[in-house]
Design a protein around this ligand. Structure first.
Ligand SMILES: [Zn+2]
Ligand SMILES: [Zn+2]
Length: 143
């Protein structure tokens, strides 16, 4: 059993939420695919195992997780919303060649925010772009 999945279902139980088998399968998919999938990708990814799955079920499951602070909504590009089951602070790196969004560890506490001392900060996002190692190796092979 995926430890992240186990943790999440326990958290949901603590909130008094009992998920249907279908919704649990969506949660499981998110725990296994930490690549920040879109609803479309979750749908396509689960279609072979659950042909009767509807996008509404996916949206409802996501909303439920989000409302309980168990999921992060990523809007790295304007036209697509991605979902991240890793809620602890971390940075994102998007490869401009293959489009994969990687997680990386970052300690955001030492980042100075003097200009915001009177503000309430709800979330901190760090977003880098570039070329990932896999793509760099491929470029070198071709040359
Ligand atoms: Zn890449
Ligand atoms: Zn992430």
């Amino acid at each position: 059993m995926n430890p992240r999945y186990e943790h999440l279902t326990q958290e949901l139980q603590k909130c008094g939420i009992r998920l249907s088998k279908r919704r649990l399968q969506v949660v499981e998919f998110l725990c296994k695919n930490l690549c920040h999938p879109t609803v479309e990708q979750i749908y396509t990814g689960l279609q072979t195992t659950i042909p009767s799955l509807s996008k509404t079920t996916i949206y409802n499951t996501i909303k439920l997780l989000e409302n309980n602070g168990l999921l992060r909504v990523l809007k790295i590009e304007d036209n697509e919303t991605r979902y991240d089951i890793v809620t602890a602070n971390h940075g994102h790196f998007k490869c401009q060649k293959c489009g994969v969004i990687y997680n990386f560890e970052i300690d955001l506490d030492p980042v100075p925010t003097q200009g915001l001392s009177q503000f309430h900060i709800a979330s901190k996002d760090v977003y880098f772009q570039g070329t990932c190692l896999k793509c760099l190796i491929n470029i070198n092979k071709k040359e």
